[in-house]
Design a binder for this molecule. Structure first.
Ligand code: DHB
Length: 476
């Protein structure tokens, strides 16, 4: 089969905790290499074939991470249908477990901390094929000590996984034309990138290098929980929202912004309107979404409208909101939210700049490192104000990590369907970030389901029944 796909297949793989690789690895799915597993959701037994640690590139940089777990409901091998799907038509659910832009292993069906079934197990129970890719991340090193998982490695790997599924579409159960990506936080950001950047040539040299299949890498739909995305505009967005709140509490590091940091916060806040205004975003009714130099305007009202809708939904479900001072509720209707009051109520998480730290200490600084440099800046502002004489990441790399530059552009196949969730208590990034992403997608003609669920903090997969209902609606 090798020559058909333009490479020779000489391989030697032991897929266990240590992986030995010599030569190029076959990209052809081995149907026979599975084990049978069963898990229960309540009384219902879910039996499935487990293909685990399948290397999805022919020339892996790190064969401990460029691997995928693939799970197929056993009933499909008995010619049965599940929820109307057959082995050929079943959509492929593609959850990644990336967090903090760290290296990530593939997911497996199982249970969450609260004992409920995880997304992969729910997906199997509903007849989906589950394909969970691992990916390289920012702390990974090779045996020589060189960094191997800096940007754009994580998105390159996920694209390669999609390509593997498409290359093998005929011989694998499920439809590679119905891939639904899912991820949370950094994983939500990579899910957004996967959805936004399909087939774009920028990633091609990187895909070539790792021996990814030479087929399309666009996907059908992207589910993104609290995507920590649009990183090069996240500092200004954060200060637009949190300026004036000087106490922060980040992963146990509590503190108060210094005079110098307050000055930086003011500077960053002042830069945000120009960015929003440059996007030319519009509401569904055509109203331009803009901000004045103080950060007020239709864009801010629009952000508030999602919080108001969210509070209304909670109120309608019987949640007691009477203690939330920021809300104005009249006759069972949430009529307004005092944005500044609400932001004080949820509190600031990160000091400033929240993402491109002046001392190069953030996870994102580490994401934008190189093979030999651990951390870099990725905004002009922080590069110019660096306290560590940090260098600026390459412009192309910064671009390749931001879906905003690709949505609906020429030479790109952006996913048609999007579901974006960002909790109304989530302070890991500004509310403006998911709102901008959702609105840009909508304005470019994509189908977007965006909400900011009330009382929800930084996390994902908390509404799996609704997630899979949404997937059903998109595929049928
Ligand atoms: C994640 C959270 C962050 O606050 C961040 O800056 C990057 C990633 C995460 O949970 O993945």
């Amino acid at each position: 089969l090798g020559p058909v796909f333009g490479f020779s297949v000489t391989f030697d793989v032991n897929s266990g905790s240590t992986v030995l690789v010599t030569g190029r690895i076959s990209l052809i799915f081995d149907e026979k290499n599975y084990s049978i597993k069963t898990m229960n959701i309540g009384d219902k037994a879910i039996t499935y074939r487990a293909y685990e640690n399948v290397i999805y590139v022919s020339n892996p940089v790190d064969a401990g991470y460029e691997i995928m777990n693939i799970y197929v409901p056993e009933e499909y091998y008995q010619g049965k249908t599940i929820g109307g799907y057959t082995a050929e038509t079943a959509p492929i659910f593609l959850p990644n477990k990336v967090g903090g832009y760290m290296p990530a292993k593939p997911d497996s069906p199982g249970f969450k901390q609260d004992g409920s079934p995880n997304a992969s197990l729910v997906a199997l129970s509903k007849g989906y094929i589950v394909a969970s890719p691992g990916a390289r991340g920012r702390t990974l090193k090779d045996e020589k000590g060189l960094n191997t998982g800096k940007a754009p490695a994580c998105i390159v790997d996920l694209k390669a996984a999609v390509r593997y599924l498409r290359l093998n579409d005929k011989i694998m159960p499920g439809s590679a034309e119905r891939i639904i990506s899912n991820g949370t936080s950094a994983g939500g950001a990579i899910s957004a990138l996967l959805g936004a950047t399909g087939n774009n040539a920028d990633y091609e040299p990187y895909l070539e290098e790792i021996g990814a299949a030479k087929v399309r890498d666009d996907i059908f739909a992207a589910s993104c929980y609290c995507p920590i995305t649009n990183l090069d505009n996240s500092d200004t967005a954060y200060e637009w929202q949190f300026n004036g709140v000087n106490e922060f509490n980040f992963a146990g590091r509590k503190g108060t912004l210094t005079e110098e940091q307050i000055k930086v916060s003011n500077q960053l806040k002042a830069m945000f309107p120009a960015y929003v205004n440059s996007l030319g975003l519009k509401k569904a009714d055509g109203t331009p979404l803009t901000l004045d130099s103080n950060g007020n305007g239709t864009f801010k009202e629009y952000v508030k409208s999602f919080l108001i809708a969210s509070a209304q939904k909670a109120l309608d479900k019987g949640v007691d909101l009477s203690s939330i001072d920021a809300l104005t509720i009249k006759d069972g209707k949430v009529v307004d939210i005092d944005f500044e009051k609400y932001i004080k109520y949820i509190t600031r998480m990160k000091p400033t700049p929240a993402f491109d730290a002046l001392d190069l200490s953030s996870w994102e600084n580490s994401l934008f490192g190189t093979a030999t440099v651990d951390s870099q800046h990725f905004t002009k502002f922080s590069r110019e104000n660096s306290t560590k004489a940090g260098t600026l990441a390459d412009a192309k790399t910064i671009k390749m990590m931001n879906p905003m530059y690709y949505i609906g552009t020429k030479g790109t196949t952006t996913a048609k369907y999007w579901r974006i969730r960002h909790g109304a208590m989530d302070r890991d990034t500004s509310f403006a970030i998911p709102v901008i992403l959702a609105t840009k997608l909508q304005n470019e003609g994509y189908d977007v389901d965006f909400e900011m669920p009330w009382g929800v903090g930084h996390g994902g997969d908390y509404d799996l029944e609704e997630l899979f209902k949404w997937i059903e609606d998109t595929v049928k």
